[in-house]
Design a protein around this ligand. Sequence first.
Ligand code: ATP
Ligand code: MG
Length: 174
Amino acid sequence: MEFRKLRLSGFKSFVEPAELRIEPGLTGVVGPNGCGKSNLLEAIRWVMGENSPKSMRSGGMEDVIFAGTATRPPRDFAEVVLHARDDGGDELDVVRRIERGAGSAYRVNGRDVRAKDVSLIFADAATGAHSPALVSQGKIAQVIAAKPTERRMMLEEAAGIAGLHVRRRDAELK
Ligand code: ATP
Ligand code: MG
């Protein structure tokens, strides 16, 4: 799967709609402290289903919504759109949106889907919120300090077999 474009609106510091093209190959994000580099990476994780407050550096789900500044009022929703092309060449538009007091919802190519559907799409494409392809600050140290089981998860995600676990868990619950 190839990520092509990211659109953010009301997400963390990206209060005005912003669009970023993601070119093939390795992408690095540079800029002064506090300009939103980590927020961008978190937006990619979030649209793929990340809910862990620690990964999102937030206390609660709604903390990703622009909270306002001295000169700008807060927003009441945050939306991230990830435009990708899957391995078969099909276009994929994944939207996650959260509204204050209303929780978050996903859409794929215009259709309402469950969080689980989104996580399966990305797990099968060997990517996802915990993909080793997304290298954030402190990540290298984290790999070194990881417990064996955590390190195995990282390797499985890198190898593209994490989707099998999601499906097995799902089958076991039924
Ligand atoms: P560094 O180089 O220090 O790692 P960075 O470019 O990674 O910086 P980020 O951590 O992405 O910067 O952005 C931090 C900024 O985002 C801070 O100014 C913070 O106030 C702002 N921010 C985070 N969440 C929100 C929110 N919900 N509403 C408004 N602003 C937010
Ligand atoms: Mg940062």
